[in-house]
Design a protein. Structure first.
Length: 317
């Protein structure tokens, strides 16, 4: 591999532009090319970050070692597959694909090509989430809320795939047990898709997770609490504050003392951390924090939740 890791960004809209900026500033990384179907946008980003630009990703093989693919989910398979087949390591934005069948294809192609496939579930690189994960031992009950206002960019996707999938991925990583059953409810409010949803996930090891996502609220709430025997951990994503609450028993007291301890969090921008880790894994080897299989499992659960929502709507409305 060359001394500098050569990278490209395919899709430099709102989020892809940030990928380009971060790569242009990473040590040991050279941003070679940006790709976008809009030539004016591609040219503007290239001029801003000092790289080449094109509207066609087919010329990337042989010129780059790794790529971020930040295009609409509907285009993931079409754009990502040939680049993986060409041996290019990839960070593919979440969700991994439109369907589990497309996701399985991408995971298989990456395995056959022997390249790294990382999925952009950026919340796993949230400093609070990473600190929280170090404290969690055996979750018994998890409660997660991801609530906020309506983003105009979300008009073509449901809230489960757009927002709840972040917490699905985090919860799957914390529990580490297969899901036994799923029940869910949800409703469209602004769009023709589901804009608010609640799901109950029951795991084989007995853990239960209650997950709520909404994009029709006038307040912002992003929080997760993990209950274990005689303790729980809590994280506020917005405030980047976490705590561990324990019941400490004393021989001379009838009731345990409730002790609160802050979780030490060193703030860092999650996308910066994600791209730096991707570059390091490409260069040095190792399994990404969120590999293709993890992205596939998160999508599988999200789509199951959407099916349960559809069944509930059919029975109830």
């Amino acid at each position: 591999m060359p001394e500098s890791l050569r990278v490209a960004v395919v899709g430099v809209g709102y989020l892809g532009r940030f990928h380009a900026k971060i790569y242009s500033e990473l040590d040991g990384v050279e941003l070679v090319t940006v790709v976008d179907s809009d030539p004016e946008r591609a040219r503007a980003v290239a001029e801003e970050y000092g790289c080449a630009w094109t509207t066609d990703a087919s010329g990337l093989p042989g010129t780059v070692d790794a790529v971020s693919v930040v295009v609409p989910t509907r285009d993931h398979l079409e754009v990502a597959r040939p680049l993986l087949e060409a041996g290019i390591h990839m960070l593919l934005e979440k969700p991994i694909a439109r369907t589990t069948e497309e996701a399985e294809t991408l995971v298989r192609v990456a395995d056959e090509a022997g390249v790294l496939l990382q999925i952009g579930h950026v919340e796993r690189y949230n400093a609070g989430v990473m600190a929280l994960a170090e404290h969690v031992k055996q979750p018994r009950f998890i409660e997660a809320h991801r609530i906020g206002g309506f983003p105009a960019r979300a008009t073509d996707v449901d809230v489960v795939t757009d927002l709840m999938i972040h917490d699905i991925d985090i919860i799957l990583s914390l529990v580490g047990s297969p899901i036994r059953s799923v029940s869910a409810v949800g409703l469209p409010v602004i769009t023709e898709h589901v804009d608010i949803a609640n799901a109950r996930l029951e795991f084989e090891d007995g853990c239960i997770a209650n997950v709520t996502a909404s994009r029709v609220s006038n307040q912002t709430l992003r929080r997760i609490r993990i209950f274990e025997a005689h303790s729980y951990e809590a994280l506020d994503f917005v405030e980047q504050k976490g705590e561990v609450v324990r019941a400490m028993r004393h021989e001379d007291k009838e009731w345990p003392e409730i002790v609160r301890e802050p979780i030490g969090i060193e703030p860092r921008k999650p996308l910066d951390a994600e791209l730096a880790d991707f570059a390091a894994k490409v260069r040095d080897g190792g399994t990404p924090l969120v590999d293709g299989q993890a992205g596939l499992e998160a999508l599988r659960v999200a789509q199951l939740i959407n099916r349960r929502v559809a069944e509930w709507k059919e029975q109830s409305l």
